[in-house]
Ligand binder design. Structure first.
Ligand SMILES: Cc1ncc(COP(=O)(O)O)c(C=O)c1O
Length: 407
């Protein structure tokens, strides 16, 4: 009997719950468009992919040089056990003291991660039992939901509303539900609404976590990329030492997304639990990559400021270009994304966020992210990533404008 007939192809319920839905379909449409545009006789413009937060901007040379210098060391090729990450964890503790004025124990309160996505996705497995409830804001970053599904946890969604400036109203959840919530996962500056948020919002979450005895996870890869005001941080609230964990990344502030470098700072018991879990899944990133991360923290701390100048210009020019073609584009308070309501003409035609993206891509070659990929609260919205030079973005706005005029 052929092996395929003997082996059951049943996958786990938790993987089924993950789905791949909106993003997979968007990817397939992008690939199909690129194939058509790449045909020898095609007159289609090339794909302009504004659907991913993967930047065209480059990391600081000092990081790459530090990695390159360490690549040839034998210990860079070896598995890196926790003890060997000490220089990295010490650099993180110094950074946190400079950045937030908080004292961090590098041995007990810091953990190296393979991206903040990895850390936030693994955390529910470390702190929740199957069926336990966890709070997410809606819209949410997709892997926050994915992490709950992997842990067979039960999500509770707290809707964010444009009319509230995307401020979470934690009092909208009743006391009985609060008493069941074991974990809250949130993050300001917030992807996808591109809202920096306020320290008071994070402090309100801390207060709820304290009252109800739940874990507060704050995913903060954009902490250095607030364009207006100062980004909130869990580390500014001393209660983090008790029941908080905050995730930081080198992907956005230092443009090192492909190198998969991030870290968590948190209450010792949470760091211990996540470290124990990760011990089953992976060893740490190579010492060579860690050398680049240390260089970022210690020698290129001003890099995000430079990026902000570029993103601010992209934001302002792209928003103005979209407005010029009739698509209202509020200026977001954080870098990297515009969060756009469906244009009136698209609503009038009955398009939802995904059918709008599909038709836009087909007609113009411009790819956006449908808001429903970020949860039910994202329906009616589109995310546009400012990950190309402003000339290309403006070209994209002109392509969009021609198509909108035909609706
Ligand atoms: C909120 C949020 N968390 C995590 C990530 C992933 O970051 P990393 O590259 O550190 O895994 C992103 C990337 O877009 C993000 O927006």
């Amino acid at each position: 009997m052929p092996i395929s007939e003997r082996v059951s192809e049943r996958i786990s319920a938790r993987v089924e719950r993950l789905g791949s839905g909106v993003f997979a379909r968007n990817d397939q449409r992008k690939a199909a468009y690129s194939q058509r545009a790449g045909q020898p006789n095609s007159t289609l413009p090339p794909l302009l992919d504004l659907s991913l937060g993967s930047t065209d901007l480059q990391p600081p040379a000092v990081c790459i040089e530090a990695m390159a210098a360490a690549l040839g060391r034998p210990d860079s090729a070896a598995y890196c056990l926790h003890a060997a990450t000490a220089p990295f964890r010490e650099a993180v503790a110094r950074w946190a003291l400079r950045r937030f004025g908080t004292t961090v124990d590098p041995e007990r309160e810091v953990l190296l991660l393979v991206g903040s996505q990895e850390g936030t996705a693994h955390l529910p497995l470390a702190v929740l039992n199957p069926g336990e409830r966890a709070l997410l804001l809606d819209p949410y970053y997709p892997s926050h939901m994915g992490g709950l599904h992997l842990a067979s946890a039960e999500p509770v969604l707290l809707p964010l509303r444009a009319e509230d400036g995307w401020r979470p109203d934690f009092d909208a959840i009743d006391a009985a539900t609060w008493s069941q919530i074991r974990l809250m996962v949130l993050g300001f500056p917030h992807n996808p609404t591109a809202t920096t948020g306020e320290q008071a919002w994070v402090d309100a979450a801390v207060a709820k976590a304290q009252t109800h005895g739940c874990v507060l996870a704050h995913d903060n890869p954009y902490v250095d990329l607030a364009l207006d005001g100062e980004a909130p941080a869990l580390l500014r609230n001393p209660a983090w030492h008790e029941r908080g964990i905050e995730f930081f990344s080198f992907s956005k502030s230092w443009c090192l997304g492909g190198y998969r470098l991030a870290f968590a700072i948190g209450a010792p018991w949470l760091i211990t639990a996540l470290r124990q879990l990760k011990g089953v899944v992976d060893f740490n990133q190579s010492l060579a990559l860690q050398a680049g991360a240390i260089a970022a923290l210690e020698q290129a701390a001003d890099w995000p400021e430079r990026l902000k100048t570029i993103y601010r210009q992209r934001r302002d020019r792209m928003a103005a270009a979209l407005e010029a073609v009739g698509w209202p584009a509020p200026r977001p308070s954080m870098a990297l994304y515009l969060w756009l309501a469906l244009p009136p003409a698209a609503r009038a035609r009955g398009l939802d966020s995904e059918s709008f993206c599909a038709e836009l891509l087909q007609a113009t070659g411009v790819a956006l992210t449908p808001g429903n990929g970020f949860g039910p609260g994202g329906e009616g919205w589109l995310r546009l990533a400012l990950v190309h030079p402003h000339g290309q973005l403006e070209n994209g706005a002109a392509r969009i404008g021609h198509w909108l005029a035909t609706l």
